[in-house]
Write a protein that binds this ligand. Structure first.
Ligand SMILES: Nc1ncnc2c1ncn2[C@@H]1O[C@H](COP(=O)(O)OP(=O)(O)OP(=O)(O)O)[C@@H](O)[C@H]1O
Ligand SMILES: [Mg+2]
Length: 514
């Protein structure tokens, strides 16, 4: 299935780029459409995007912390959605790899997405396989998403830094693209059979219960106790905790213990869905509301959740105009579909979650104060793993047990010295990172001391207050690139797309130690 003749595919693509007159020092895609045009393209691809989001979110979570980002494009290479680690994603955005930019060969030269569009097959490209110099820093793995007739309808791509290239990355992308295709088929079949019950195709996924939550730390047990108590209320819950602390686990457990457990549980990740599709996804739309709107319109998540629970994940990412609209729904208890004035009453229990400090976001005027107070009725805080060190061994044993059973590989014994290392680590990715660590442990068959040497540095950075002025951002970026090139100035300058002298001047200016 994977392209064995990929060298030939790349060679031919480079030849076409030369013929097309694409310059190797080109940085941005030649085609980036306007907001209006993007809105139209997003509307046209709405079903594919919404079906793909949970899967690309999975890849994002799986690769979190390892400097990767996921792109979803349409069949012509127009970026529809981008998710990824903050640093690398902002680097991609600085190269205008943003929604609305075209990644096809004609506009940006050879890359994994352009090759998928040409060949209809998955491919992985790294470094010099790319045509333009700026992209030579990347390793990209992409796979086609096809409709049931085999026509290309989109491309899923996972991009990271060249030194992180691994054949498994392509495997991940291929299986995700296949999963999206399968889900699109299921949805199409359901639509044809007009089976209303099948709307909730994902309901089996919401399986977590309080019994599945592992922990013995006193504060953590208090959080579980409180969560159990508030399960049977209808009041809004604001779940707060760093990434990977178990917010999803808690949200599902609360739902499953609540009197609404046989009613719908609808999840919307406000950080994963394109801003332009959010209103219609939350509140629905009527026929004719916009070009490409479905015949008969479409209900929004609030309508679908009626009688049940809605989990608004990453609420801190909700754009300001949507915050106003959400506030209105919370205050008035009804929604109006896009393009209509008809009032539709909804009875929905809300669980909002965030890994941001919403109070601080309010202070910075990034989140509405009135909405914050509306949501913060029952605040539930899940402590980070580094503040419940006693749980590390318990959770690790639990994951080792589970993974070794699943993979039929032997368990690994954790010595006292190992445990000390584990307890002294800060676990910026919290329980998710610990779980990934357990996978590494079982799959490599030995305790990876290197993991801790490698991880401590960037982690220390994570907790300091970030400076976001241009000069600090540039300095940080230069340091990262130079470090990545092991201090080699020529290589760093090439990667940065600047001359060596310019780089030396900047090193001097920012007082960077090489
Ligand atoms: N206490 C726990 N016991 C068992 N598994 C846990 C626990 N906490 C988290 N996990 C596991 O860790 C992973 C991450 O949890 P979850 O997705 O709930 O985190 P999250 O807080 O929602 O993160 P994010 O903010 O990144 O979405 C999951 O695989 C979950 O099963
Ligand atoms: Mg989550």
């Amino acid at each position: 299935m994977l392209n064995s003749n990929y060298k030939e595919i790349i060679k031919q693509s480079h030849q076409r780029c030369e013929k097309l007159g694409i310059q190797q020092d080109q940085i941005y895609s030649k085609k980036i459409v306007s907001d209006n045009a993007l809105q139209r393209i997003l509307n046209e691809n709405r079903d594919m995007i919404m079906t793909a989001i949970p899967y690309i979110e999975q890849i994002f979570k799986f690769t979190k912390g390892s400097d990767f980002f996921v792109l979803l494009t349409d069949s012509e290479g127009c970026i529809l959605n981008a998710l990824g680690d903050e640093n690398i994603l902002s680097e991609a955005f600085s190269l205008k790899m943003i929604p609305g930019a075209y990644m096809n060969e004609e506009n940006i030269g050879t890359n994994a997405m352009s090759c998928v569009i040409k060949t209809n097959s998955p491919i992985q490209l790294s470094g010099p396989d790319h045509f333009i110099n700026t992209y030579k820093r990347w390793t990209c793995s992409a796979a086609p998403v096809k409709d049931s007739d085999g026509n290309l309808i989109g491309v899923v791509d996972l991009t990271g830094y060249t030194e992180n290239v691994h054949p498994h990355t392509l495997g991940i992308v291929v299986s995700v693209a296949k999963a999206i295709e399968e889900m699109l088929k299921v949805i199409k079949t359901n639509k044809n059979t007009k089976n209303k019950k099948s709307i909730n195709v994902n309901s089996h996924q919401y399986k977590y219960r309080f019994e599945d939550i592992v922990g013995q730390d006193e504060n953590f047990l208090d959080a579980i106790e409180f969560a159990k108590k508030i399960s049977n209320s209808d009041s809004t819950i604001l779940l707060m905790g760093e990434s990977g602390t178990g917010k999803e686990l808690f949200a599902q457990s609360i739902y499953n213990l609540s009197p609404r457990c046989n009613e719908p549980f609808i999840v919307l990740n406000c950080g994963a869905i394109p801003r332009q599709l959010m209103e219609s996804e939350l509140f629905g739309y009527v026929e004719g509301a916009f070009t490409g709107a479905k015949k008969g319109g479409n209900p929004g998540k609030f309508e679908l959740a009626n009688g049940g629970t809605i989990h608004l994940d990453e609420i801190g990412e909700m754009p300001p105009d949507m915050q106003v609209k959400l506030l209105r729904v919370l205050e008035e208890g009804y929604v109006t579909r896009l393009g209509s004035h008809k009032i539709i009453p909804v009875d929905v229990r809300i669980i909002a979650s965030t890994n941001k400090d919403l109070g601080k976001e309010v202070e910075k005027s990034k989140f509405r104060k009135d909405l914050y107070y509306r949501l913060n009725v029952l605040p539930l805080f899940i402590p980070p793993l580094r503040e419940r060190k006693g749980d590390i061994k318990l959770l690790l044993d639990y994951f080792i047990d589970e993974i070794s059973r699943r993979t039929s590989k032997p368990k690994i014994n954790i010595t006292k010295e190992n445990l000390l290392l584990l307890e002294n680590h800060n676990w910026p990715g919290n329980v998710r990172e610990l779980r990934n660590f357990a996978e590494l442990l079982i799959n490599t068959g030995k305790f990876p001391n290197m993991y801790f040497n490698r991880m401590e540095k960037p982690m220390a950075k994570e907790h300091k207050e970030e400076s976001l002025d241009m000069e600090s951002v540039e300095k940080e970026h230069l340091i990262r690139v130079i470090r990545r090139c092991n201090g080699n100035i020529s290589q760093s300058a090439e990667l940065l797309g600047i001359r060596r002298n310019t780089l030396y001047n900047k090193i001097k200016k920012y007082n960077i130690n090489i």
